[in-house]
Design a protein around this ligand. Structure first.
Ligand SMILES: [Zn+2]
Length: 220
C-alpha cells in the first residue's frame, strides 16, 4: 500500500466532499485518523490535492505515538495549504460518562483551534468499539460516527491493512455515498509488522506488547 496506490483508489469513487457540507447525491468523505507520526500526513495530503480531492485529518492531543511538536505543526500547515480540513481524533476509552466525553471534546478542539488558528468542526473517536459513540451529539462539531456518516451510507476502512474481505476498488466504484477512513502510516509502503517495529523501537517496547489483538490477527 503506497500513497500512489491510495491516489488511484480514491479516483475511482464519487467526488469528495467535507463532513460539514450538505451531502450531495454522490459523495466520498475522506477521513484520516492520525495514530502514528504526523509526517505521514504530508505525502497523503499532496496526493489528494493532485487528484482534486478534499479530506479531513483528525489529530490526537494525547497520543503515546506523537506530540503536537514541530513535525505536527509542519504536517498541519501542509494539509491546510492543500485545502484539507483539520479535525480532532479523540480517545474516550478512559471516560466514564457521555458528559465527560462531550466536555473533553470541546476542550481538546479548542486546544487545536488555538494552536493552528483554524476552525475544528469534526471529531472522530479513537477505538469507537470501546464505547458506543455514534449517538453522541458533539454540536457544534460533527461526529463522524453519526448515523448519517456511518450506518446510513457506505463505510470503508483500511484498519491494519486489512479490508475484511472487501474489495476497496469495487466498493468505491459502486458507492453513491461513502465514508473512507484511512491511516496515512499504513500507506507508507511498509507492511504492518515493519510499521509496528518502528513504533515499538521509538517507544522502547516490543511489537508483542504494543500490538492490539486486531493487529496480531492481521499479521498472523
Ligand atoms: Zn485512532
Amino acid at each position: 500500500m503506497t500513497f500512489d496506490s491510495y491516489g488511484k483508489l480514491i479516483a475511482l469513487g464519487p467526488p469528495t466532499c467535507r463532513f460539514t457540507d450538505e451531502l450531495p447525491e454522490r459523495a466520498l468523505l475522506l477521513r484520516h485518523d492520525i495514530d502514528d507520526r504526523p509526517k505521514w500526513i504530508e505525502p497523503m495530503a499532496r496526493v489528494e490535492a493532485e487528484r482534486g480531492a478534499v479530506s479531513t485529518y483528525c489529530l490526537q492531543i494525547r497520543s503515546r505515538f506523537y506530540a503536537l511538536d514541530e513535525e505536527a505543526d509542519r504536517a498541519v500547515r501542509t494539509l491546510l495549504g492543500c485545502g484539507h480540513e483539520l479535525g480532532l481524533h479523540f480517545d474516550s476509552s478512559a471516560m466514564a460518562s457521555d458528559d465527560e466525553v462531550v466536555e473533553g471534546v470541546a476542550r481538546e478542539a479548542r486546544l487545536l483551534e488555538d494552536r493552528y488558528e483554524t476552525p475544528i468542526r469534526v471529531v472522530s473517536f479513537h477505538m469507537p468499539g470501546v464505547r458506543p459513540v455514534g449517538h453522541l451529539d458533539v454540536a457544534p462539531l460533527v461526529n463522524t460516527y453519526a448515523p448519517r456518516f456511518f450506518a446510513e451510507i457506505g463505510y470503508l476502512s483500511d484498519s491494519n491493512q486489512n479490508w475484511r474481505g472487501k474489495d476497496p476498488a469495487a466498493e468505491l466504484r459502486a458507492a453513491r455515498r461513502i465514508q473512507f477512513l484511512t491511516h496515512p502510516t499504513l500507506w507508507s509502503g511498509r507492511p504492518l509488522r515493519a510499521i509496528l517495529e518502528e513504533q515499538a523501537a521509538r517507544l522502547g517496547t516490543t511489537v508483542d506488547e504494543l500490538a492490539t489483538d486486531d493487529q496480531k490477527a492481521a499479521m498472523a
